[in-house]
Ligand binder design. Structure first.
Ligand code: GAP
Length: 451
């Protein structure tokens, strides 16, 4: 996070829009909030679902070399001994002797407290795993941990998946799920929180083919973000230096996004070699190897891991889509979401609340709801309603007016260009489908398809 952002949106604007329009609220807000924990509101939950659906489609549904999994958050404590998390999943922590605030030693500039200038303690290692107790007795023997990554649930199920699916190398296992880290320094809104959701692929390959698969996944994952509508110039690949590599990694790249606070990690892609399976073989005493029918050998596969975060993807999408443009004496705020990501795809807006018009508009609304997330808004002027939809990123509005009662036609209005066309109600579903897929209103493509 060293280079300054060359662009554009302040984080405060994103936080404020998310709060105001119901994307994201502070957790337990009526009690003053809980540090670095967030609740996703009605629009945020749709945004997250769209991210997860897009990821699952690309990672699992559209591939024949991948299967899904959903493992438990609480796992046997030995898992974390084998994975290296008990020993090595720590950050260096210092505490201010005056105000007692705690800081990550490796992120401090200078050797005094950034808050009060006080003297700091020696640094000590602080394990980031949340500890809790299983069963009614709070003693060392019943300690379990909230998982800090979903990956271990995949590794310990490697044989189960192999035996039940008869997949052959190379193949992958994908999982979406919550992870927990007792981060010392949090902040930048949902960028670094203590409870977050991961999108992880563990791709098992023959040793010797790992470099080729590593390169494949770098490109595949970068393209996925571009397909969701994120500008390529706001994404970059950054290779980890040798001294930066996690204990399990032979090679690692981050896909960074240019967030308001600067370049920062969106996803990590690591070549984990045979570290994880070898560790679990050694700690569990179980046979987790793979019989290669081609070479008639037992091997321990290598693993390529693309590991992303739902929350960071949501933040990148919000920052990338945010735009402001002059609108007479005001400013039009809009989220230029790709339709696949937009929480609401279509809004139905009756020009007036008059009974006969409302009845037709509600009929249109009911017809569209089985196809997409659609909203209905009849409050205030039509101009204000368009602005409200622009601000939450709704790609298309359908306006039902008095003429509609006569000619059975409605107007479709496009968010980005504000262009409008009029079409027969009986062609509405087909037309919306085409336009959400990128069909032009006239000469300009609405958006590129792919996400
Ligand atoms: N299994 C490998 C692993 O967990 P990581 O780089 O520590 O690797 C992967 O995490 C991704 O999880 C990150 O790129 C990020 O998107 C997300 N992530 C990690 N810690 C996070 C946090 N405290 N808050 C939000 N997202 C986080």
């Amino acid at each position: 996070m060293t280079e300054p952002a060359t662009r554009r949106v302040d984080m405060e604007k994103i936080v404020s829009l998310c709060r105001r329009r119901g994307f994201i609220f502070p957790s337990s807000e009526i009690y003053g909030g809980l540090s670095s924990c967030w609740d996703y509101g009605p629009l945020g939950v749709e945004l997250k679902r769209n991210i997860k659906d897009a990821w699952w489609r690309a990672a699992v549904q559209e591939r024949d070399d991948m299967v899904g999994l959903d493992t438990s958050i609480l796992m046997h404590p030995q898992v974390w001994a084998a994975s290296g998390h008990l020993e090595g999943f720590s950050d260096p922590l210092v505490e201010c002797k005056s105000c007692h605030l705690r800081w990550r030693a490796d992120e401090l500039q200078g050797d005094s407290c950034p808050s009060c200038g006080g003297e700091l303690t020696e640094s000590r290692l602080f394990n980031l795993m949340f500890k809790t107790f299983m069963g009614p007795i709070e003693e060392e023997a019943s300690v379990v941990y909230l998982r800090p990554e979903t990956a271990q649930g995949i590794f310990v199920n490697f044989q189960n998946v192999l035996n039940t699916t008869r997949k052959r190398l190379p193949f992958g296992i994908a999982q979406i799920g919550k992870s927990f880290r007792n981060e010392i320094t949090t902040g930048n809104f949902i960028f670094r929180s203590r409870e977050f959701e991961q999108l992880e692929i563990e791709f098992f390959v023959r040793p010797g083919t790992d470099k080729e698969w590593f390169d494949y996944w770098l490109e595949e994952r970068l393209n996925w973000y571009v397909g969701l509508g994120i500008s390529r110039e706001n994404l970059r690949l950054r290779q980890h230096a040798k001294d930066e590599l996690a204990h399990y990694a032979r090679e690692c790249y981050d896909i960074d996004y240019l967030f308001p606070m600067g370049w920062a990690e969106l996803e990590g892609i690591a070549n984990r070699g045979d570290f994880d399976l070898a560790q679990h073989i050694s700690f569990s005493g179980k046979n987790l190897d793979y019989y290669d029918e081609e070479t008639k050998e037992h091997i321990v596969p290598y693993i390529i891991e693309p590991s992303a975060g739902v929350d960071r993807t949501a933040l990148a999408l919000l920052c990338d889509a945010y735009d402001e443009e002059p609108d007479k004496d005001e400013i039009r705020v809009l989220l230029r979401f790709h339709p696949s990501i937009a929480p609401i795809k279509v809004a139905v807006l009756p020009l007036s609340r008059k009974e006969n018009l409302a009845a037709l508009a509600k009929q249109v609304y009911a017809d569209l709801r089985p196809c997409w997330m659609v909203s209905y808004d009849d409050a205030q002027s039509i101009g204000r309603r368009y602005r409200r939809q622009d601000e939450i990123g709704t790609p298309l509005c359908v306006t039902v007016d008095f003429q509609s009662l006569e000619d059975e036609q409605v107007t479709i209005r496009e968010r980005d260009s504000m262009k409008q066309i009029r079409i027969p109600i009986k062609e509405l579903k087909g037309s919306l489908t085409a336009k959400l897929g990128g069909e032009r209103f006239d000469t300009q493509p609405l958006w590129t398809t792919g996400g």
